[in-house]
Design a protein around this ligand. Sequence first.
Ligand SMILES: [Zn+2]
Length: 326
Amino acid sequence: MTTVLRPESQPHDDIAVAGGCALCHGSRHKTFLIAKQRTVIECAECGLRALSPMPSLDEMVSVNEETVLPFFNACLEDEDSYRRYFAPKLDDLQRYEPSGRLLDVGCGAGFFLDAARARGFNVRGVDLSPVPASYATEQLGLDVTVGSLYGYESIGDAFDAVTIFQTIEHDPDPAALCAQLFRLLKPGGALMVTTPAADGFVARVMGKRWFGYRNVEHVSFFSRASLRHALEAAGFEIEFLEIEHGKSLSMKYVLNRLINYYYDHRTFLRNGLRILRPAMFVLGKVPLFEPWAHLYAVARRPGQATGGVPPELQRDGAAASTPLSS
Ligand SMILES: [Zn+2]
């Protein structure tokens, strides 16, 4: 086993990292773990754990192209799990922002957007991957743009609510991402975020084998402290930031996700899954409980909404005229 996990008590080493920490630009880091050619470092200033060297957004798009299909298929097979998960999220969001224009970042197949639209939100999505985005557009009739969030630069102040589920950990520049989320919200608008919790129960029990570190799509690993730092540094006021008590999943969902998380063992897992496939109908109904595995936050852009809709968004349901680049 090539993995090395240093004890937390060791002092921080001064590891040279180009440009410093991806979040606070601090220069003092220690090596947190090395596994499968991936080095995770921990910032001494803000506590963010992140890959070193950090890949570029283009490199992440390439990784995503390889991993998106198994992940997308798992999503489709477990639509019910997703919808059950998103319903209480919408309840929570509506306590802060009952209606209005909503953007879901990393919207995938669009199950959250579909549910938000049914509650009266005027919804749009953005996703780097064309496969889930075309499902959202063609099957669910949603307005989803393929590309990076940074293509929305020209819009600004456009949304009453922005949601970003399990996506912030994929972005090589979390500081820029949070700044862009802030910019897209109207003053007073609400941001909802979830991301795997590096300080959660599951991460602590699993240590270096935690799925967060194993997922080749994940490049930043947030704790409550580092997510708070990321949001506050971008200007957000935090309404709440906590570790979710737990999430109920089906056995089928867990098996499907393992293919994605433990990518390097995918052949073994796929074969295992194939053997189990006849039992999937039953497994899909076996509930599992994933305790304290994810961070969950609602934050607000301070200020009062001034009203008005930017010209790019004036036609309801129309795609932005500005092409998005990734
Ligand atoms: Zn830092």
